[in-house]
Design a binder for this molecule. Structure first.
Ligand code: FPP
Ligand code: MG
Length: 298
């Protein structure tokens, strides 16, 4: 089923009739195509579902191209990022081409599907801007963090599930809840992996988020349990290149206070809730995609 989506994306790119863009596209690692899987599992593999899945994956790829420029990330999925290979200008423009072609194709699906997806892309962009502005502060507000990851990551999964439900004539609201929970859990785990996985697995240096100024859920929880001197120390290390012993101190504090377990538990609860909603709709097949969100390498 997924190969039909890959072929559709290639066809959309071929339509552009531009050798440079076709060549650049081959340099993009594909990733897990989670959003496409979600759409096909909910809507089946009708032409409209395959096209919607291809469009969503193109928009997602565009957002990551821009995100790597914004984050100064030189690796993506353990390979050199496009900005590392060809510079920021090329990465930004390929992103613009992918998402505008995606929007052009979205017009051919249905007005309702176009609305749900384009609204999510607005949210995605608002979320990314919030991520950037929050990283200039030492944010300790969990609600603000949750809203930002909802916008940045969960909105497109929520919309993917909602659009797929619309295509299949299913109840949009429950599927959107499922997609939203999956998206929030996915980003929580992504943020955890930044702390737990080693540089080789992650394709970027560990604790990169904190160095970049991002106080993700584990840092918010850690701050809550530290004493005043620990809190001051954590704050003093925020948004700085960390020495080996400073990295070690953070990891040790996280271990002592079982912060990773606490954060993981929260992601797992969201996944369990998502599975419950779908089981209620007789959609047991959607359990395995939900499990994939939390079943990632630690
Ligand atoms: C990854 O976050 C970033 C996103 C999921 C969204 C990025 C959105 C934009 C750049 C808005 C622009 C949108 C378009 C369509 C061009 P992360 O940095 O936490 O995750 P990472 O570890 O995968 O880099
Ligand atoms: Mg990033």
């Amino acid at each position: 089923m997924l190969s039909a989506v890959e072929r559709k994306i290639e066809q959309f790119i071929d339509d552009l009739n531009d050798k440079e863009v076709s060549g650049l596209y081959t340099k993009l690692p594909h990733g897990k195509r989670l959003r496409a899987k979600l759409i096909l599992k909910i809507a089946g593999s009708s032409l409209a579902a395959v096209k919607t899945a291809a469009i969503v994956e193109m928009i997602h790829a565009a957002s990551l191209l821009h995100d790597d420029v914004i984050d100064d990330a030189y690796t993506r999925r353990s390979k050199p990022s496009l900005n590392a290979l060809y510079g920021n200008k090329t990465a930004i423009m390929l992103g613009d081409i992918l998402y505008s072609k995606g929007f052009l194709e979205l017009n051919n699906i249905s007005a309702e599907v176009a609305k749900i997806i384009s609204n999510a892309v607005v949210q995605l962009s608002l979320g990314e801007l919030k991520d950037v502005s929050l990283s200039k502060t030492f944010n300790l507000d969990k609600e603000i963090y949750l809203k930002m990851i909802y916008q940045k990551t969960a909105s497109l999964m929520e919309a993917s599930a909602g659009a797929a439900a619309l295509l299949a004539g299913k109840d949009k609201t429950s599927y959107m809840t499922y997609g939203r929970n999956l998206g929030i859990a996915f980003q929580m785990i992504d943020d955890l992996l930044d702390i737990t996985a080693d540089a080789a697995t992650l394709g970027k240096p560990a604790l990169h988020d904190f160095v970049e100024g991002k106080t993700t859920l584990p840092y918010i929880y850690l701050y809550e349990v530290l004493d005043a001197s620990g809190q001051n120390k954590l704050k003093s290390l925020h948004a700085k290149v960390l020495l080996k012993e400073e990295q070690k101190w953070i990891l040790e504090q996280m271990r002592m206070h079982q912060i990773i377990e606490k954060s993981f538990f929260e992601a797992r609860e969201l996944i369990e809730e998502a599975i419950e909603v779908m089981t209620h709709h007789g959609e047991e097949a959607l359990t395995s995609i939900a499990m994939q969100m939390i079943d990632r390498k630690f």
